[in-house]
Design a protein. Structure first.
Length: 256
């Protein structure tokens, strides 16, 4: 079991509590934003943009209630010719002179951003800064990392664990590895580069050299690559053929 910390972005509110169980894809936190209604005054009253300021009855900062007059158009005799009545409650936030749009922010809110659980587990800690999930479906890697992230089937390159395989791992890395995240023992630079060329999604290994990681970074290769411990290897071996999410920058692999 490991504790997986998930930072909560600014403005988000957790929807889970400590002690609750979550599955992959469950909602953890969301950011609520006010709804806005846009009224095009020029189009609604069939007038030019220059005349809109003369018909507006509500300005930025004004409160609006249902039934309030938003804009009123009169004829040359001063009699009402056309009118816009508010159907919502809210506050006028802006008038766009170049388009004729009047924007009203309502008191209602909608969830515009959502943060989902990347793993199955139990919420150990939940506050306004982070959510910590305790799980047995995640592995944390070491400091030898490169690239970004990927999702795909975990493929074990068994030959990379034997001496003969290590000497010939470039040969054993073939079409069976295409479109998969590769788990193995030793991955030298030429193997990593070949993986990029044939369409491997990522490399996770015991023996990956720092200088080879530097080479990938210098070439701006985004393929995720990470070294792991022998303890982590035993767990990952059990995930053979399973779909995993591999995030090199945050140093974790998750079974999904």
């Amino acid at each position: 079991m490991i504790s997986l910390p998930i930072l909560i972005p600014e403005g988000f509110t957790p929807v889970v509590t400590s002690g609750s169980n979550v599955k992959y894809g469950d909602l953890l936190a969301e950011k609520m934003t006010p709804l806005e209604q846009v009224l095009n005054i020029a189009d609604a009253l069939n007038i030019s943009l220059a005349k809109v300021k003369h018909v507006l009855k509500k300005n930025p900062g004004d409160n609006v209630a249902k039934g309030d007059i938003i804009a009123l158009k009169k004829n040359i005799f001063g009699k009402q010719q056309a009118i816009i009545i508010s159907e919502i409650e809210g506050t006028v936030v802006r008038y766009e002179r170049d388009s004729g749009n009047l924007v009203i922010r309502t008191d209602q809110q909608t969830a515009s951003n959502k943060l989902f659980s990347p793993v199955e587990g139990k919420i150990d800690l939940c506050n306004n800064r982070e959510i910590v999930i305790v799980t047995d479906k995640a592995i944390v890697g070491g400091d030898i990392i490169s690239g970004t992230k990927a999702e795909g089937e975990l493929f074990i390159l068994e030959e990379s664990f034997t001496q003969d395989g290590i000497d010939n791992v470039l040969y054993y890395l073939d079409s069976a590895a295409v479109g998969k995240i590769i788990l193995g023992g030793s991955f030298p630079r030429d193997v990593l580069v070949k993986g990029v060329g044939i369409g491997v999604l990522g490399f996770i290994g015991i023996d990956i050299k720092a200088q080879d990681i530097n080479y990938l970074q210098e070439k701006k290769i985004t393929l995720p690559v990470m070294a792991i411990s022998t303890e982590a290897l035993s767990t990952l071996r059990r995930w053979k053929g399973k779909k995993v999410s591999f995030d090199a920058q945050n140093k974790f692999i998750i079974q999904i």
